[in-house]
Design a binder for this molecule. Structure first.
Ligand code: AMP
Ligand code: TRP
Length: 329
Protein backbone atom coordinates (compact mmCIF):
# COMPACT_ATOMS: atom_id res chain seq x y z
CA UNK A 1 0.00 0.00 0.00
CA UNK A 2 1.30 3.45 -0.80
CA UNK A 3 2.10 5.83 2.01
CA UNK A 4 -0.38 8.48 3.14
CA UNK A 5 0.54 12.05 2.35
CA UNK A 6 1.14 15.00 4.65
CA UNK A 7 1.36 18.66 3.64
CA UNK A 8 2.11 21.69 5.79
CA UNK A 9 3.58 25.17 5.61
CA UNK A 10 4.79 28.23 7.49
CA UNK A 11 4.65 31.87 6.45
CA UNK A 12 8.03 33.58 5.97
CA UNK A 13 7.04 36.54 8.11
CA UNK A 14 8.43 37.58 11.50
CA UNK A 15 10.72 35.31 13.47
CA UNK A 16 10.18 31.57 13.55
CA UNK A 17 9.66 30.79 17.21
CA UNK A 18 9.43 27.92 19.65
CA UNK A 19 5.65 27.68 19.09
CA UNK A 20 6.23 27.09 15.36
CA UNK A 21 8.94 24.57 16.15
CA UNK A 22 7.15 22.55 18.84
CA UNK A 23 3.67 22.94 17.30
CA UNK A 24 4.65 22.19 13.70
CA UNK A 25 8.23 21.60 12.49
CA UNK A 26 9.22 19.08 15.18
CA UNK A 27 6.23 16.89 14.30
CA UNK A 28 7.02 17.12 10.60
CA UNK A 29 10.55 15.84 11.17
CA UNK A 30 9.15 12.71 12.85
CA UNK A 31 6.27 12.22 10.44
CA UNK A 32 8.43 12.43 7.30
CA UNK A 33 9.65 8.88 8.00
CA UNK A 34 6.17 7.39 7.78
CA UNK A 35 4.42 9.68 5.31
CA UNK A 36 4.93 10.91 1.82
CA UNK A 37 5.74 14.48 2.91
CA UNK A 38 5.49 17.92 1.33
CA UNK A 39 6.55 21.06 3.19
CA UNK A 40 6.04 24.52 1.83
CA UNK A 41 7.13 28.07 2.62
CA UNK A 42 3.91 29.94 2.06
CA UNK A 43 5.10 33.34 0.84
CA UNK A 44 1.78 34.07 -0.91
CA UNK A 45 0.07 33.85 2.47
CA UNK A 46 2.65 36.16 4.02
CA UNK A 47 1.76 39.00 1.62
CA UNK A 48 -1.81 39.15 2.93
CA UNK A 49 -0.28 41.65 5.37
CA UNK A 50 2.26 44.24 4.12
CA UNK A 51 5.82 42.89 3.66
CA UNK A 52 9.07 44.58 2.67
CA UNK A 53 9.87 42.84 -0.69
CA UNK A 54 13.60 42.57 0.00
CA UNK A 55 13.13 41.15 3.47
CA UNK A 56 10.46 38.73 2.24
CA UNK A 57 12.80 36.84 -0.06
CA UNK A 58 15.47 36.77 2.67
CA UNK A 59 12.92 35.41 5.14
CA UNK A 60 11.80 32.78 2.64
CA UNK A 61 15.34 31.46 2.43
CA UNK A 62 15.70 31.70 6.22
CA UNK A 63 12.61 29.56 6.79
CA UNK A 64 13.84 26.98 4.24
CA UNK A 65 17.14 26.84 6.11
CA UNK A 66 15.33 26.39 9.42
CA UNK A 67 13.33 23.47 8.00
CA UNK A 68 16.56 21.83 6.86
CA UNK A 69 18.48 22.63 10.06
CA UNK A 70 15.64 21.11 12.10
CA UNK A 71 15.92 17.84 10.22
CA UNK A 72 13.59 18.03 7.23
CA UNK A 73 15.44 15.79 4.81
CA UNK A 74 15.08 16.73 1.12
CA UNK A 75 15.81 13.14 0.17
CA UNK A 76 12.68 12.05 2.03
CA UNK A 77 10.44 15.12 1.68
CA UNK A 78 9.56 17.68 -0.97
CA UNK A 79 10.50 21.18 0.19
CA UNK A 80 9.47 24.20 -1.89
CA UNK A 81 8.32 27.83 -2.03
CA UNK A 82 4.60 28.32 -2.70
CA UNK A 83 4.96 31.13 -5.24
CA UNK A 84 7.20 28.92 -7.42
CA UNK A 85 4.30 26.58 -8.18
CA UNK A 86 1.63 28.66 -9.87
CA UNK A 87 -1.00 25.90 -9.69
CA UNK A 88 -1.68 27.05 -6.10
CA UNK A 89 -3.08 30.40 -7.19
CA UNK A 90 -4.95 28.90 -10.12
CA UNK A 91 -6.70 26.27 -7.99
CA UNK A 92 -7.49 28.99 -5.48
CA UNK A 93 -9.48 30.86 -8.14
CA UNK A 94 -11.43 27.73 -8.98
CA UNK A 95 -12.18 27.05 -5.30
CA UNK A 96 -13.34 30.66 -4.93
CA UNK A 97 -16.38 29.64 -6.94
CA UNK A 98 -17.52 27.09 -4.35
CA UNK A 99 -16.71 29.18 -1.25
CA UNK A 100 -19.31 31.16 0.69
CA UNK A 101 -18.07 34.55 1.89
CA UNK A 102 -20.10 33.91 5.05
CA UNK A 103 -17.76 31.04 5.92
CA UNK A 104 -14.69 33.22 5.35
CA UNK A 105 -16.07 35.99 7.53
CA UNK A 106 -16.46 33.52 10.40
CA UNK A 107 -12.77 32.50 10.52
CA UNK A 108 -11.20 33.34 13.88
CA UNK A 109 -7.83 34.28 12.37
CA UNK A 110 -9.53 36.68 9.94
CA UNK A 111 -11.48 38.29 12.77
CA UNK A 112 -8.31 38.68 14.86
CA UNK A 113 -6.31 40.16 12.02
CA UNK A 114 -9.01 42.63 11.02
CA UNK A 115 -10.63 43.79 14.23
CA UNK A 116 -8.64 47.03 14.18
CA UNK A 117 -9.35 47.77 10.52
CA UNK A 118 -13.08 47.10 10.53
CA UNK A 119 -14.04 50.75 10.99
CA UNK A 120 -11.52 51.91 8.42
CA UNK A 121 -13.13 49.72 5.77
CA UNK A 122 -9.75 48.83 4.31
CA UNK A 123 -9.69 45.10 4.90
CA UNK A 124 -7.90 43.48 1.99
CA UNK A 125 -9.64 40.76 -0.04
CA UNK A 126 -6.45 38.67 0.26
CA UNK A 127 -6.88 38.44 4.01
CA UNK A 128 -10.48 37.29 3.65
CA UNK A 129 -9.58 34.78 0.94
CA UNK A 130 -6.47 33.48 2.79
CA UNK A 131 -8.15 30.16 3.78
CA UNK A 132 -9.09 29.42 0.14
CA UNK A 133 -5.41 29.60 -0.82
CA UNK A 134 -4.62 27.30 2.10
CA UNK A 135 -7.31 24.88 0.89
CA UNK A 136 -5.74 24.96 -2.59
CA UNK A 137 -2.30 24.17 -1.07
CA UNK A 138 -3.69 21.13 0.69
CA UNK A 139 -6.10 19.81 -1.96
CA UNK A 140 -3.67 20.05 -4.90
CA UNK A 141 -1.62 17.21 -3.43
CA UNK A 142 -4.38 14.77 -2.34
CA UNK A 143 -3.22 15.41 1.22
CA UNK A 144 -4.46 12.99 3.89
CA UNK A 145 -3.04 14.66 7.00
CA UNK A 146 -2.10 18.28 7.79
CA UNK A 147 0.18 18.62 10.85
CA UNK A 148 -0.29 22.11 12.35
CA UNK A 149 -0.84 24.03 15.58
CA UNK A 150 -4.36 24.25 16.98
CA UNK A 151 -5.03 27.70 15.51
CA UNK A 152 -5.09 26.23 11.99
CA UNK A 153 -7.67 23.49 12.61
CA UNK A 154 -10.55 25.77 11.68
CA UNK A 155 -8.96 26.42 8.28
CA UNK A 156 -8.59 22.68 7.75
CA UNK A 157 -12.27 22.18 8.58
CA UNK A 158 -13.11 24.75 5.91
CA UNK A 159 -10.82 22.93 3.48
CA UNK A 160 -12.78 19.72 4.09
CA UNK A 161 -16.02 21.57 3.52
CA UNK A 162 -14.81 23.02 0.19
CA UNK A 163 -13.53 19.62 -0.93
CA UNK A 164 -16.84 18.00 -0.03
CA UNK A 165 -18.82 20.66 -1.86
CA UNK A 166 -16.63 20.40 -4.94
CA UNK A 167 -16.86 16.60 -4.97
CA UNK A 168 -20.66 16.74 -4.71
CA UNK A 169 -20.95 19.22 -7.52
CA UNK A 170 -18.35 17.92 -9.97
CA UNK A 171 -17.71 14.31 -8.95
CA UNK A 172 -15.09 12.74 -6.72
CA UNK A 173 -11.93 14.83 -7.12
CA UNK A 174 -10.40 15.81 -3.79
CA UNK A 175 -9.23 13.81 -0.78
CA UNK A 176 -10.74 15.09 2.49
CA UNK A 177 -7.78 16.01 4.72
CA UNK A 178 -7.57 15.73 8.51
CA UNK A 179 -5.71 18.08 10.85
CA UNK A 180 -3.07 16.65 13.17
CA UNK A 181 -1.96 18.27 16.44
CA UNK A 182 -0.22 17.01 19.55
CA UNK A 183 -1.83 17.85 22.83
CA UNK A 184 1.05 19.39 24.72
CA UNK A 185 2.49 21.36 21.81
CA UNK A 186 -0.60 22.43 19.87
CA UNK A 187 -0.75 25.83 21.55
CA UNK A 188 2.39 27.27 23.13
CA UNK A 189 1.42 30.48 24.89
CA UNK A 190 3.18 33.85 24.85
CA UNK A 191 5.80 34.33 27.58
CA UNK A 192 4.45 37.79 28.35
CA UNK A 193 0.78 36.79 28.23
CA UNK A 194 -0.38 33.22 28.90
CA UNK A 195 -3.87 33.90 27.55
CA UNK A 196 -2.64 34.35 23.98
CA UNK A 197 -0.57 32.02 21.80
CA UNK A 198 3.10 32.72 21.18
CA UNK A 199 3.04 34.70 17.96
CA UNK A 200 5.36 36.09 15.30
CA UNK A 201 3.33 39.27 15.18
CA UNK A 202 3.39 39.92 18.95
CA UNK A 203 4.25 43.51 19.81
CA UNK A 204 7.01 42.57 22.29
CA UNK A 205 9.96 40.29 21.63
CA UNK A 206 9.48 39.05 25.20
CA UNK A 207 6.46 37.15 23.86
CA UNK A 208 8.52 34.54 22.03
CA UNK A 209 11.77 32.56 21.95
CA UNK A 210 13.23 32.63 18.44
CA UNK A 211 14.77 29.42 17.11
CA UNK A 212 17.81 31.51 16.26
CA UNK A 213 17.93 33.52 19.53
CA UNK A 214 21.40 33.48 21.14
CA UNK A 215 21.93 32.13 24.64
CA UNK A 216 21.94 35.55 26.35
CA UNK A 217 18.65 36.50 24.72
CA UNK A 218 17.05 33.18 25.65
CA UNK A 219 18.13 33.56 29.27
CA UNK A 220 16.86 37.14 29.43
CA UNK A 221 13.51 36.22 27.91
CA UNK A 222 12.94 33.24 30.22
CA UNK A 223 13.94 35.19 33.34
CA UNK A 224 11.50 37.94 32.32
CA UNK A 225 8.69 35.53 31.44
CA UNK A 226 5.68 36.24 33.60
CA UNK A 227 4.78 33.73 36.28
CA UNK A 228 1.80 33.60 38.60
CA UNK A 229 1.57 35.42 41.89
CA UNK A 230 1.88 32.57 44.42
CA UNK A 231 5.29 30.93 44.82
CA UNK A 232 4.29 27.21 44.64
CA UNK A 233 5.46 25.28 41.60
CA UNK A 234 2.33 23.48 40.39
CA UNK A 235 0.84 22.36 37.09
CA UNK A 236 -2.65 23.80 37.03
CA UNK A 237 -5.03 25.85 34.89
CA UNK A 238 -5.15 28.30 37.77
CA UNK A 239 -1.52 29.09 36.95
CA UNK A 240 -1.51 29.34 33.16
CA UNK A 241 1.84 31.14 32.87
CA UNK A 242 3.67 28.52 34.90
CA UNK A 243 1.75 25.71 33.19
CA UNK A 244 3.00 26.99 29.84
CA UNK A 245 6.63 27.09 31.03
CA UNK A 246 6.33 23.58 32.51
CA UNK A 247 4.85 22.38 29.21
CA UNK A 248 7.77 23.84 27.28
CA UNK A 249 10.25 22.33 29.74
CA UNK A 250 8.50 18.98 29.53
CA UNK A 251 8.59 18.99 25.72
CA UNK A 252 12.22 19.91 25.37
CA UNK A 253 13.54 17.74 28.22
CA UNK A 254 11.22 14.85 27.35
CA UNK A 255 10.04 14.64 30.97
CA UNK A 256 6.56 14.43 32.44
CA UNK A 257 5.22 17.65 34.03
CA UNK A 258 4.99 15.68 37.31
CA UNK A 259 8.73 14.98 37.27
CA UNK A 260 9.46 18.67 36.77
CA UNK A 261 7.17 19.74 39.59
CA UNK A 262 8.72 17.20 41.95
CA UNK A 263 12.18 18.52 41.17
CA UNK A 264 11.41 22.21 41.69
CA UNK A 265 8.65 22.10 44.31
CA UNK A 266 11.06 23.07 47.07
CA UNK A 267 13.32 25.29 45.04
CA UNK A 268 11.16 28.05 43.55
CA UNK A 269 10.89 29.96 40.31
CA UNK A 270 14.46 31.21 40.04
CA UNK A 271 16.10 27.78 39.85
CA UNK A 272 13.28 26.49 37.67
CA UNK A 273 13.73 29.31 35.18
CA UNK A 274 17.53 29.12 35.18
CA UNK A 275 17.40 25.40 34.38
CA UNK A 276 14.69 25.90 31.77
CA UNK A 277 16.76 28.60 30.05
CA UNK A 278 19.85 26.39 30.04
CA UNK A 279 17.88 23.44 28.64
CA UNK A 280 16.45 25.64 25.92
CA UNK A 281 19.88 26.94 24.95
CA UNK A 282 21.18 23.36 24.68
CA UNK A 283 18.05 22.22 22.86
CA UNK A 284 18.32 24.87 20.17
CA UNK A 285 22.11 24.72 19.82
CA UNK A 286 22.27 21.81 17.30
CA UNK A 287 19.61 23.43 15.11
CA UNK A 288 21.51 26.74 15.20
CA UNK A 289 24.78 24.98 14.36
CA UNK A 290 23.19 23.18 11.42
CA UNK A 291 21.67 26.46 10.29
CA UNK A 292 24.99 28.28 10.26
CA UNK A 293 26.56 25.57 8.10
CA UNK A 294 23.95 25.82 5.34
CA UNK A 295 24.93 27.59 2.18
CA UNK A 296 22.32 29.81 0.45
CA UNK A 297 23.12 28.55 -3.04
CA UNK A 298 22.73 24.89 -2.01
CA UNK A 299 19.42 25.67 -0.34
CA UNK A 300 18.17 27.46 -3.46
CA UNK A 301 18.96 24.35 -5.49
CA UNK A 302 17.01 22.17 -3.07
CA UNK A 303 14.04 24.56 -3.36
CA UNK A 304 14.14 24.57 -7.17
CA UNK A 305 14.23 20.80 -7.25
CA UNK A 306 11.38 20.68 -4.71
CA UNK A 307 9.28 23.09 -6.81
CA UNK A 308 9.78 20.86 -9.86
CA UNK A 309 8.67 17.79 -7.92
CA UNK A 310 5.66 19.59 -6.44
CA UNK A 311 4.65 21.02 -9.82
CA UNK A 312 4.50 17.59 -11.37
CA UNK A 313 1.89 16.49 -8.84
CA UNK A 314 0.02 19.81 -8.86
CA UNK A 315 -0.19 20.04 -12.67
CA UNK A 316 -1.92 16.67 -12.94
CA UNK A 317 -4.44 17.56 -10.27
CA UNK A 318 -5.24 20.89 -11.87
CA UNK A 319 -5.83 19.29 -15.28
CA UNK A 320 -8.30 16.91 -13.62
CA UNK A 321 -10.07 19.75 -11.80
CA UNK A 322 -10.41 21.94 -14.90
CA UNK A 323 -11.72 19.06 -16.96
CA UNK A 324 -14.35 18.26 -14.35
CA UNK A 325 -15.44 21.91 -14.33
CA UNK A 326 -15.68 22.03 -18.11
CA UNK A 327 -12.91 24.59 -18.52
CA UNK A 328 -11.09 24.77 -21.86
CA UNK A 329 -12.01 23.25 -25.16
P1 AMP B 1 2.45 30.71 11.31
O1 AMP B 1 3.37 31.32 12.31
O2 AMP B 1 1.06 31.28 11.38
O3 AMP B 1 3.01 30.69 9.90
O4 AMP B 1 2.28 29.20 11.75
C1 AMP B 1 3.07 28.13 11.28
C2 AMP B 1 2.73 26.86 12.03
O5 AMP B 1 3.08 26.96 13.41
C3 AMP B 1 1.23 26.51 12.02
O6 AMP B 1 1.07 25.12 11.93
C4 AMP B 1 0.76 27.03 13.33
O7 AMP B 1 -0.42 26.39 13.78
C5 AMP B 1 1.94 26.72 14.23
N1 AMP B 1 1.99 27.63 15.39
C6 AMP B 1 2.12 28.98 15.33
N2 AMP B 1 2.13 29.50 16.58
C7 AMP B 1 2.01 28.44 17.43
C8 AMP B 1 1.98 28.33 18.86
N3 AMP B 1 2.06 29.40 19.64
N4 AMP B 1 1.84 27.09 19.40
C9 AMP B 1 1.77 25.99 18.61
N5 AMP B 1 1.81 26.03 17.26
C10 AMP B 1 1.93 27.24 16.67
N1 TRP C 1 -2.13 29.28 7.36
C1 TRP C 1 -1.03 28.56 7.93
C2 TRP C 1 -0.50 29.34 9.15
O1 TRP C 1 -0.61 30.51 9.23
C3 TRP C 1 0.09 28.37 6.94
C4 TRP C 1 -0.34 27.51 5.79
C5 TRP C 1 -0.60 27.92 4.52
C6 TRP C 1 -0.57 26.10 5.84
N2 TRP C 1 -0.95 26.87 3.75
C7 TRP C 1 -0.96 25.75 4.50
C8 TRP C 1 -0.49 25.15 6.84
C9 TRP C 1 -1.29 24.43 4.19
C10 TRP C 1 -0.82 23.83 6.51
C11 TRP C 1 -1.21 23.47 5.20
O2 TRP C 1 0.06 28.74 9.99
Amino acid sequence: MSKKRIFSGIQPSGNIHLGNYLGAIKNWVNLQNDYDSIFCIVDLHAITVPQDPQKLSQKTLEVAKLYLASGINPKKSILFVQSQVQEHTELMWLLNTVTNTGDLNKMTQFKHKTHKEIEKENIKAGLLNYPILMAADILLYDTDVVPVGEDQLQHIELTRKLARKFNQKFGDTFVLPTGFTRNKSKRIMGLDNPTKKMSKSASSEYNWIGILDDSETIKKKIMKAITDSTPEIEYSDKKPALKNLINIFSLIADKKPREIIEKYQNQGYKEFKEDLAESLVNYLKPIQENYSKLNDEDVKKILTLGANQAREIAENKLVEVKKKMGLGI
